[in-house]
Design a binder for this molecule. Structure first.
Ligand code: SAM
Length: 230
């Protein structure tokens, strides 16, 4: 079973949307498991404080290294082979390639940051790899963790329905996906391209490839350049 452990100040946010649809069914079927750990359980004092003011001054608060480390140490076996990720806007951008690699491991450990961020020393001290879901700032790592988990779980064997292998999808092979159509054949005067109704599978495959290349060239020149590199 692919096992996810999430460290958060808001365990109520999980499984959230991952309790529904494909991911939810897979959770019920134990294709994957989800454990949440409330970092506050290791908070300090009567108020279970988890944060403190930034050294050197400045706005906001910082998640304390000692508190987060205590939570991690009380939960994880040191020999746990799963990658330990910290959701962070300054992390490595999450890609489909990374998602596929993570889905092929035994699971993942995710730390959700809050406030201005996490004390740098616990990132190094507990070997956390920073991962970003995009160039924007969320108020906490939980939505980012849900995004990462959703992307991984749908790739686990048996989670997607038959015929939905995911191999043709956007970003697999660095191409965006070709356009889709379904019935009715004519909708508000917009027709399904004739080639898709031809039954000629080789022609259809060629058309889809051309469309995928055209879309990638137009919308994601960064991906297109990567494809053109020798
Ligand atoms: N001060 C931080 C900065 O400028 O990089 C932003 C902190 S943000 C308000 C609080 C937490 O949300 C972060 O510690 C991180 O866990 C999460 N977060 C925010 N944006 C994210 C993103 N794009 N990807 C992953 N996690 C994100």
């Amino acid at each position: 079973m692919w096992a996810a452990t999430v460290f958060t100040l808001y365990p109520e946010m999980f499984p959230g949307p991952l309790g529904l649809s494909m991911a939810g069914t897979a959770l019920e079927r134990r294709t994957w498991s989800l454990e949440t750990k409330n970092i506050r359980e290791h908070g300090l004092g009567r108020h279970r404080a988890v944060d403190d003011t930034p050294a050197g001054g400045g706005p906001g608060m910082v998640l304390r290294a000692d508190v987060l480390a205590a939570s991690v140490d009380a939960t994880l076996d040191p020999s746990d082979p799963r990658p330990r990720l910290l959701m962070s806007p300054r992390g490595a951008p999450l890609t489909q390639k990374m998602v596929r690699a993570l889905s092929e491991r035994t699971g993942v450990v995710i730390v959700c940051g809050r406030f201005e961020g996490v004390d740098e020393r616990v990132i190094a001290g507990r070997g956390l790899e920073e991962v970003s879901i995009g160039d924007y700032v969320l108020s906490g790592g939980e939505m980012a963790a849900l995004t990462l988990l959703d992307a991984c779980v749908r790739l686990l064997p048996g989670v997607m329905g038959k015929g939905e292998s995911g191999v043709d999808e956007s970003f697999e092979n660095d191409l965006l996906e070709y356009p889709h159509y379904t019935r009715p054949r004519d909708w508000e005067g917009r027709k399904i391209p004739d080639v898709l109704m031809s039954g000629d599978h080789a022609r259809i495959a060629r058309w889809r490839r051309e469309q995928a290349e055209k879309l990638t060239r137009e919308r994601r020149p960064d991906l297109w350049r990567k494809l053109e590199e020798p």
